[in-house]
Design a protein around this ligand. Structure first.
Ligand code: GLU
Length: 385
């Protein structure tokens, strides 16, 4: 098994292929409700450096509601739901413009991805959101994710972008999640009120003692919704997915041109949460342990060999489909001798998979009436046994 024991955080960051950086509202929006363009430029320079090192980077950016408030003149301290939704609609556009301006200087395209909780919690939709984010990252773009606050209501929302960022990290198999806000890591107590509070540089297990440290350690700036408790929850989600989490200040000094990731690489204070396993191992454990197969897919010799060589399962290699399942459900894959050879998440329902037995990818649309994905089960959604 691929474990991460005894690895240090900076090593993980330097080896990471995919990094997600979450930025809190207080960091990006000034107290007067205007965007902090200098800081956005500083962060974009950090991102460009990571990209130059060959990494793929996505951002989860808060700030839409705070920016939209100013744009719409909504000054009341607590906004009604519809006011918040309206503020997000106006602010999101301004937020994206600021990011686009910053990345344009480096010729890097940015792309907006607004997600609702269903996009990460319902597997059928999760497959779609993941495919889009993967495509953007592979095209060299920086996806900028936020919650779709304009349609999300209290009962159907992530609530805070720390958790959203952790779900996105899990979805795209990120190696490192960086939570940048106005606190430089985890302390034994809230350092603003307790001068005995000790900083904790590394956490390898989220014990009850650690979780108890999640008092509301967010700054008193009045914008944004995450506190230390939500950051610990985000770290828990990410760690389960094999993704390391880093909590650090997004404003390492009073100088807004200072780059937060650079400050960490230069020894700046932060807390690393190191998971026990890599994202790859975590994904395999999840596919084998948490996903109950709802159907069986039988494949021919050629397909069995292809799977053993880490290739996706195409319809052409399928000989039989049994059981009733929907797109996004787990299935078992059996070889020509009827023995299980793999488990995976199926990109087609059992009804469509049946119709597509033995077909070429080019025939999919004419048979099922929609332009489906070429693979019945993508290799990223499969574990061979
Ligand atoms: N999605 C919210 C916004 O863009 C922020 C939520 C959060 O800060 O956790 O304003």
């Amino acid at each position: 098994m691929d474990t991460l024991e005894n690895t240090n955080g900076l090593d993980l960051l330097s080896k990471a292929k995919r990094v997600i950086i979450k930025l809190g509202s207080a960091l990006l929006i000034n107290e007067d409700g205007k965007v902090n363009a200098t800081r956005i430029h500083a962060i974009s320079r950090d991102v460009v450096k990571l990209i130059t090192e060959g990494k793929q980077v996505a951002l989860v950016s808060s700030g839409a509601v705070a920016l939209g408030r100013d744009a719409l003149g909504l000054s009341s301290k607590s906004l009604k739901l519809e006011e918040k939704q309206a503020a997000a609609a106006a602010g999101q556009l301004r937020l994206m413009r600021a990011w686009q301006d910053a990345f344009q200087e480096h010729n890097i395209p940015v792309a907006q991805a607004l997600l609702t909780i269903d996009d990460t919690e319902t597997r059928r939709r999760w497959l779609n959101a993941r495919a889009t984010l993967n495509t953007l990252l592979e095209a060299g773009a920086v996806p900028i994710v936020n919650e779709n606050d304009t349609v999300a209501t209290e009962e159907i929302r992530y609530g805070d972008n720390d958790r959203l960022a952790a779900r996105v990290s899990q979805m795209i198999g990120a190696d490192v999640l960086v939570l940048l806000s106005d606190i430089d890591g985890l302390y034994t107590a809230d350092p603003r009120f307790n001068d005995q509070a000790k900083h904790i540089p590394v956490v390898t297990s989220l014990s009850a003692d650690i979780l108890a440290m999640g008092g509301d350690a967010n700054a008193d700036s009045g914008v944004g919704s995450g506190g230390m408790a939500t950051k610990l929850e985000a770290a828990r989600i990410a760690m389960t997915a094999g993704c390391a989490t880093l909590i650090a200040r997004g404003d390492p000094t009073d100088n807004p041109t200072d780059q937060p990731i650079e400050a960490i690489l230069n020894g700046g204070r932060s807390t690393w949460f190191i998971p026990p396993v890599t994202p790859e191992t975590a994904r395999k454990q999840w596919l084998l342990g948490a996903i109950k197969p709802s159907g069986k897919i039988y494949v021919d010799e050629g397909a069995a060999i292809a799977l053993s060589k880490h290739k996706s399962l195409l319809h052409a290699g399928v000989t039989k489909v049994s059981g009733q399942f929907s797109r996004g459900d787990g299935v078992e894959i059996l070889g020509p001798d009827n023995k299980p050879i793999a488990r995976g998440i199926c990109a087609y329902s059992s009804d469509d998979a049946l119709k597509l037995i033995g077909c070429k990818s080019s025939e999919i649309e004419s048979i099922v009436g929609f332009k489906g994905r070429p693979a019945l089960i993508h290799i990223d959604d499969m574990v061979t046994i």
